[in-house]
Ligand binder design. Structure first.
Ligand code: GAP
Length: 448
């Protein structure tokens, strides 16, 4: 099944409407690095907030954490990342381009047809030096996953949170990987944000909890508007499991380049806690309050990428429609993800309309992310709000000056209702929460 939109259209919309720009663009850009513009930063914050709400706030068995990006190098030796976090790399003997060996079909360079070297293992961690002296003794790594910050704090969190197992620890933060072949816009980059939970359980209960988290995470994307036909599950084959994993499922999304991983949910067994206990010399086990039994917990890890989720939400929401003979591009984003919830649009920049329009804006903006726009024709302003996915536009016209009512236009149905300025925020709040937008209600006066 081909995806409905190609990536160029998404990249172009993201640039045009201030979602995502190439990093360091005025210097020609930096490969695989991207900057989030005014709309992108709101969308990204909303994705992280939706995740934190579902994973931490709405539950009593998960707590949050925020650990540093640079950690003791011993962490990465213990976790296996220094020895095993590698990809096989081949180099073209003619043009010297480097490729992931498993991404090259045949034995020739995909760029120039030249001969390739034998594969060698390439470590994906970025290295830097801590302090003023550069040398073996001052090497530190930028974390390639947030998970290790959670494992090394397991004891701290269990003793201070007074929680029993099963217990999850959640973290959102930047990770870095020196990917050999980044690409597909923000799908695979060298700097990205992770949203990870390490869910600690009693050994023997791990398979049950793996099933639970696979279902829970699949539903999270669907609840936020991703169409179920664009999502699927795939269990990892034994030969593709990460060095720490006993079992793993990918939630895949139908991206424009085909089905690709959106999130991984792994059963990490007791690999990490055992390794850190061995290498640090600190015991990392748990004593069951009821039975008094002592064990090293197993870990189920739902691990998602913020940027990859943002990309999937944009692609899935993207639509091109014909309205009254004109093409409109619209993002049908879930209300909770939309960067701007409501736009205040006076019919024109007219000195009689401006005071009421500004008053409405001042009323709404403490409650919702609100945009104010009075330049260009009303039609063009609607198109812009459609393209950034704004669920509601509030229009102030000359009648509004008389009857103190405004028109609310809904993004998806294009239906319009007329409501009093007094109490407008309550109406918008209810509609944002999902109350039906019924253009035949008492206040409805017009329908497009
Ligand atoms: N701690 C486990 C872990 O990191 P992973 O499958 O390597 O597992 C989890 O990564 C998620 O992080 C992926 O499903 C993806 O959404 C995101 N991710 C991984 N590498 C990425 C990259 N180079 N660029 C953007 N997102 C990435």
């Amino acid at each position: 099944m081909p995806a409905k939109v190609d990536m160029e259209k998404i990249v172009s919309l993201c640039k045009r409407r201030g979602f995502i720009f190439p990093s360091s663009e005025i210097y020609g850009g930096l490969a695989s690095c991207w900057d989030y513009g005014p709309m992108g930063v709101e969308l990204k914050r909303n994705v992280k907030e939706a995740w934190w709400k579902a994973m931490v706030q709405d539950r009593d068995d998960v707590v949050g954490l925020d650990t540093s990006i640079m950690m003791h190098p011993g962490v990465w030796a213990a976790s296996g990342h220094i020895d095993s976090f590698t990809d096989p790399l081949v180099e073209c003997k003619s043009c010297h381009l480097r490729w992931r060996a498993d991404a090259v079909e045949g034995e020739k360079c995909p760029q120039c047809g030249g001969e390739l070297t034998e594969p060698r293992m390439f470590n994906l961690m970025f290295k830097t030096f801590m302090g003023p002296v550069e040398g073996e003794g001052s090497i530190v790594y930028l974390r390639p996953e947030t998970a290790q910050g959670i494992f090394v704090n397991f004891e701290n969190v269990v003793t201070t949170s007074r929680k029993k197992l099963p217990l999850g620890i959640a973290q959102i933060g930047k990770s870095f990987r020196n990917e050999i072949t980044p690409g597909n816009f923000i799908f695979r980059t060298r700097e990205f944000e992770h949203m990870e939970v390490e869910y600690f359980v009693k050994p023997g209960n791990d398979e049950k909890w793996l099933d639970y988290w696979v279902k829970e995470r699949f539903e999270w994307y669907a609840k936020l508007g991703i169409k179920k036909e664009n999502l699927r599950l795939r269990q990892h084959g034994k030969d593709e499991l990460a060095h720490y994993a006993k079992d793993c499922y990918d939630i895949e999304y139908l991206f424009p380049m085909g089905w690709s991983e959106l999130e991984g949910i792994a059963n990490r067994g007791n690999f990490d806690l055992t390794q850190h206990a061995k290498c640090s010399g600190k015991e990392l086990s748990y004593r069951d309050a009821e039975g008094g039994e002592k064990y090293v917990p197993y870990v189920i890890e739902p691990s998602a990428g913020v940027d990859r989720s943002v990309l999937a939400f944009i692609i899935d929401a993207y639509d091109e429609e014909e309205v009254e003979g004109e093409k409109r591009t619209v993002l049908h984003l879930h209300h909770s993800l939309a960067p701007i919830k409501v736009a205040v649009l006076p019919l024109s920049r007219n000195e009689k309309l401006t005071p009421l329009a500004k008053e409405v804006f001042k009323h709404l903006c403490p409650n919702f992310m609100t945009d104010y726009d009075d330049s260009q024709s009303i039609g063009r302003r609607y198109r812009r709000q459609d393209e950034i996915g704004t669920p509601f536009c509030v229009t102030i016209d000359f009648e509004s000056l008389e009857d103190k009512q405004v028109t609310i236009r809904e993004r998806d149905s294009l239906a319009q209702i007329r409501v009093p300025v007094e109490g407008l925020e309550k109406v918008i709040e209810a509609k944002l929460k999902g109350e039906a937008f019924d253009a035949s209600t008492l206040w409805a006066t017009r329908q497009k």
